[in-house]
Design a protein around this ligand. Structure first.
Ligand code: PEP
Length: 252
């Protein structure tokens, strides 16, 4: 039985004041959901206040990206050890917005995944197809290629406690959610790929869904055997909506 993971991706939103309020509201709700790992990922500059406010609560804090480098002449980047020192426990890597806007490649994402792991930060690897790739019947080939890049670079041991977020690009921020059956098909394929490498890894790795998940559709998605939680964008900016998703994960 895998412990569900429900992680909020706050993207480029918030302020110091709003971050504190949202952390307080989510952490008090998280206290009554001991069976779920609940995390939120604010922007880097709000990480210190988020970690301070979440300290000692059931809420974990993560980051939305991390450098593949440990330090040196890499202007604008933030290393995994630095966010770990502040208290971050998770790092989203390879989000489709970063793949599209910043030209992140499968190999580059794999390097970020390994950098996070090397600093004791749990990476959440985002994979997912565009609408044209889905329409062309390429969904499984795309997500498998994205996962394989990490498995090839990190190996089974290097994958460690990493999680995968299946996020169909066409469902992110669009209000259009994958059906539970569409999501389950991809989640099962991803787990199957892990199983080819190591059945124990496949059994323990959390594969969460992301893409317009909200309180109203979370339960049917979480009811699928290979959906172990969610990566939530828009709905994670509303504490009640986000906690409704976490409750659905707890009940699944
Ligand atoms: C995301 O960006 O990771 C995401 C899932 O966004 P949304 O929930 O808003 O679709």
């Amino acid at each position: 039985m895998r412990r569900p993971l429900v992680c909020g991706n706050w993207k480029l939103n918030g302020s110091i004041g709003r971050t504190g309020e949202l952390i307080d509201a989510v952490s008090s709700g998280a206290a009554s959901l001991p069976g779920v790992d609940i995390a939120v990922c604010p922007v880097f500059v709000h990480l210190p206040v988020a970690c301070e406010r979440a300290a000692g609560t059931a809420l974990a804090v993560g980051v939305q990206d991390v450098s593949d480098q440990v330090g040196g002449a890499f202007t604008g980047e933030v290393a995994a050890a630095m966010v770990a020192e502040i208290g971050a426990r998770f790092a989203i890597v390879g989000h489709s917005e970063r793949r599209a806007r910043h030209g992140e490649t499968d190999g580059g994402v794999a390097a970020k995944f390994m950098a996070a792991r090397a600093s004791g930060v749990t990476p959440i690897l985002c994979v997912g197809e565009t609408l044209s790739e889905r329409d062309a019947g390429e969904t499984l080939a795309v997500v498998t290629r994205q996962l394989d890049a990490v498995l090839e670079a990190a190996g089974v041991t290097g994958f460690g406690d990493g999680a995968i977020a299946y996020e169909p690009v066409w469902a992110i921020g669009t209000g259009r959610t994958a059906t539970p059956e569409q999501a389950q098909e991809v989640h099962a394929a991803l787990r199957g790929r892990l199983a080819e490498q190591d059945p124990a890894l496949a059994a323990r790795a959390r594969v969460v869904y992301g893409g317009s998940m909200k309180g109203a559709n979370a339960a049917e998605l979480m009811a699928m055997p290979d959906i172990d939680g969610g990566l939530i964008g828009g709905a994670s900016l509303d504490a009640e909506e986000f906690l409704a998703i976490a409750r659905a994960a707890a009940a699944a």
